[in-house]
Ligand binder design. Structure first.
Ligand SMILES: NC(=O)c1ccc[n+]([C@@H]2O[C@H](COP(=O)([O-])OP(=O)(O)OC[C@H]3O[C@@H](n4cnc5c(N)ncnc54)[C@H](OP(=O)(O)O)[C@@H]3O)[C@@H](O)[C@H]2O)c1
Length: 316
């Protein structure tokens, strides 16, 4: 089958189209004829070698398409069913056929396949981060960094759906303020201008000064969730004693590790996100590029210039 591979770690130029063996589903797994594959910051980390993966490697942590075949023990999914799926545990989404655990599949009920490919990673993460990790309560205030991005565009809306009060986003450039506002943020500010705090929940996937500011802006009993380091900044040192004295909590979340350890729970969150997108309460904005232009998608994400989500058309 046709796939985009990482033959060696490096810049976007290392990505290569190649013919690779078509994967078959094992027990408890399904294979999917991929229609669209989401393009994510995570795949850039694999390509750069930040996450050590065996080479050559087929990236791709989420797809939409139709069930192709099911492995032993899979009862509730049949070939031909339109689905969205997390392929985040073993990757392989930038390909004509992808395999994943049946737990990490959501049947679709009318959601367009291009939009469905953008839901599994970012929208699922948004619900898990706010609900399971930050344990948001009705009326609480939320600050989200990189609010116009793939996951940022979902966090503000998920916060609202979970009953948040004031929801504020930060962006890196003024060109993104309107885009973030369109995703439902009450206020959007440039990241180098500190918003009026404090906040009960801060979600940081940018790192560096944004993480430090997020910590400083926490209300007593506030929770900072660390879920990425898009800026590539050095790690931020935290004082446990300061957390103690100020009644603050810092947590981390990683969807890949969570999905590997708790596939049933990740699958439930995925199906909740898909249902929200199907009902129209969660808006997902996608722009499509053909699979062969995966390197261009990576360059655009790495430039920090994208808003919403890029998806790769495999067999639309
Ligand atoms: N832990 C998890 O499970 C999980 C799940 C999903 C995503 N993530 C993380 O969340 C972050 C965003 O992912 P995404 O897929 O939503 O990507 P994205 O749409 O490209 O968002 C990344 C954003 O980060 C900001 N940014 C700041 N410094 C940057 C730099 N040096 N290079 C590029 N971007 C920079 C940019 O927004 P501004 O212009 O507003 O600064 C950019 O749009 C990534 O760090 C990713 O690893 C983590």
């Amino acid at each position: 089958m046709r796939a985009i591979t990482i033959p060696e770690f490096g810049g976007a130029d290392v990505l290569r189209a190649a013919d690779v063996k078509t994967p078959e589903p094992g027990p408890g797994q399904v294979s999917i004829d991929v229609a669209y594959a989401g393009a994510n910051f995570a795949e850039i980390l694999y390509r750069r070698g930040v996450v050590d993966v065996p080479l050559p490697f087929v990236p791709g942590i989420e797809v939409s398409g139709h069930v192709r075949a099911v492995g032993d023990g899979v009862e509730d999914l049949r070939p031909g069913r339109p689905v969205a799926a997390l392929t985040i545990v073993d990757s392989g989404g930038y390909a004509e056929v992808a395999v994943t655990s049946a737990d990490l599949v959501a049947p679709l009920d009318g959601l367009p396949l291009d939009v469905a490919a953008a839901v599994p990673s970012n929208s699922t993460t948004a619900f898990l981060v706010l609900d399971r990790v930050a344990r948001i309560e009705p009326g609480e205030s939320v600050l989200v960094h990189a609010a116009a991005g793939g996951v940022g565009s979902q966090l503000g809306q998920a916060a609202r759906l979970l009953g948040a009060g004031r929801v504020v986003g930060t962006v890196g450039s003024s060109a993104k303020i309107e885009a973030a506002r369109a995703f439902g943020y009450d206020e959007v500010v440039l990241r180098d201008r500190r918003p009026d705090g404090p906040f009960d929940v801060v979600v940081d996937m940018v790192g560096g000064p944004a993480r430090r500011a997020g910590l400083d802006l926490l209300a007593p009993m506030g929770r900072l969730v660390v879920m990425g380091n898009a800026s590539g900044a050095d790690d931020v040192g935290l004082s446990a004693n300061d957390l103690w004295f100020a009644n603050r909590t810092v947590s981390g979340f990683n969807l890949a590790a969570f999905s590997a350890a708790h596939p049933e729970q990740a699958g439930r969150a995925l199906r909740r996100a898909v249902a929200a997108a199907e009902s129209g309460t969660l808006r997902v904005r996608v722009e499509t590029l053909p699979l062969e232009r995966a390197a261009e998608a990576h360059r655009r994400i790495e430039s920090g210039a994208t808003t919403g989500k890029l998806v790769l058309a495999v067999a639309p």
